[in-house]
Design a protein around this ligand. Structure first.
Ligand SMILES: [Zn+2]
Length: 248
């Protein structure tokens, strides 16, 4: 596989939000205002958890359309429950296909995926690739709550993953939490892309909001602000690897 090189050159940062509680009015109002304001020129991607049974689909769709008008939109699957992200059984890929088909039928232009609790397996990766999404589930850090053998992708820079079906999946890993950035942990990170994430629920807590402000300011001063959509269109990872080799 020849190196295609970067179309975008430089050191970028992008920011995404895991929208865990899209139907919580306070969390949503705060997230919407932040996304609208584009702090430090960051266009924040909304990676939204779809409505669970019993939640208001119409209001969810209204909010997803608003988010899509302000920035990149992604699917953030929670397999078990709104407050339990990782799967506990069943067929994880089937739920991703079902949610992707529903979003498409509703006319939403979803381009990204992030597995809840950083869950990813080969079948889910195939489903994400079939839907044409770019994946953000890999992390550069090891989430400390995961058991050593828990399915998870670990990558510290964008890569093209080759799947057993022959499909390719663009992976733009999540590299930093806002807590890591606020502690100044970006310093030794020499990769071209920092992808920082936070949760909408962080916006409900004054202390977490302060951490986010510090983190975004730090990132905005150190890196060129970009967004997931721009990276998806203009960034060609130098690395191609098989899905199996990206398993941590
Ligand atoms: Zn989540």
């Amino acid at each position: 596989m020849p190196h295609t090189g970067h179309i975008l050159h430089g050191r970028y940062a992008v920011v995404s939000c895991h929208v865990e509680r899209p139907l919580d009015d306070e969390a949503w109002t705060r997230f919407a205002a932040l996304q609208e304001r584009r702090p430090w020129r960051f266009t924040i991607a909304a990676l939204m958890r779809p409505p669970a049974p019993g939640e208001d689909e119409e209001r969810w769709l209204e909010r997803a359309r608003e988010a899509q008008a302000r920035g990149p939109l992604g699917l953030h699957t929670h397999w078990t429950a709104p407050d339990h992200a990782r799967p506990t059984g069943g067929d994880p890929a089937a739920l991703v296909r079902e949610q992707g088909a529903w979003l498409r039928a509703k006319g939403l232009d979803v381009e990204f995926f992030c597995g809840g609790g950083w869950y990813m397996d080969e079948d889910v990766a195939e489903a994400v690739a079939e839907l044409g999404y770019t994946d953000c589930t890999a992390t550069a850090f090891r989430p400390d709550y995961l058991a050593p053998d828990a399915p998870h992708l670990q990558l510290d820079e964008p890569a093209r993953l080759e799947l057993p079906s022959g499909r390719g999946l663009l992976e733009l890993p999540t590299t930093h939490s806002i807590g890591m950035l606020a502690r100044g942990l970006i310093g030794p990170f020499r990769r071209p892309v920092v992808h920082a994430y936070f949760h909408d629920t962080d916006l409900l807590d004054p202390r977490r909001r302060a951490v986010l402000r510090v983190a975004l300011a730090f990132l905005g001063m150190k890196r060129t602000a970009s967004d997931l959509g721009e990276l998806q269109r203009g960034f060609r990872p130098e690395k191609t690897m098989s899905f199996a080799n990206s398993r941590a």
